[in-house]
Design a protein around this ligand. Sequence first.
Ligand code: 5RP
Length: 262
Amino acid sequence: MTQDLSPSDRAKYACARRAADFVENGMKVGLGTGSTAAFLVKCLGEMVRDEGLDIQAVPTSSRTAELARAEGITVKTLDEVGLLDLTIDGADEFDAELTLIKGGGAAHLQEKIVATASKRMIVIADASKDVAVLGKFPLPVEVIPFGLEASRALIHDVLSALGYAKTEVTMRMAGDVPLVSDEGNHILDLHLGQITDATQLSAALNQIPGVVENGLFINIASAVVIGHADGTAVTRDLLLGTETSVNVFEADNLFSDIGDDA
Ligand code: 5RP
């Protein structure tokens, strides 16, 4: 049961459980990637099995697709369903404007495509992801394998020109070899410390030919559900200008096998 989860997982579960309430019958839903999104997929799976929730889901990674299918959720490709009603996804960092850093799970390319094909994106995150200034979490940049070192050099040039001096750019590894994304690319992580102008940085990075996409999500998410270990889930909606709080454990009738990562 949820009391067996670590405090961190309880917080992830809380925001995921609350966000699942925004999913309605008949919706086309984008499913994010990562450990928080995995809780969401499990919550939705339970709703499909126990309450007959009828949705079409578009996963943002092979991992999420596998989990969603195992949960009994109907999985479609983005091209099969077209515009989505809602995408719910995790984040590595978010600020007051809901600008995000994503890609800690190397899935930000598909995540950004799916989120921008959605009428609405809701972020689910524990309170540790809420930051005043983005950039402590390294910014993921997906690059094609061809000309990788040339792309890395151009990234350094862009960063220097924008005033990010001595920035470390590291190759994301999977053990001893460079990680390969679902799209067959590699991920460079930019250790920026802080990001002063996300719009400028995102535009400059994406102009480099070998860069496929960076992990900054700007003006994409409109709400965040922030989870806390005590079960509190705070929903901050930028469009409505509201902040509401519920405790998901107070009405908890939930499954016992939750807790494994996607
Ligand atoms: C994957 C992502 C994830 O949403 C992000 O890394 C957060 O993951 P977690 O919920 O495991 O902390 O962007 O590419």
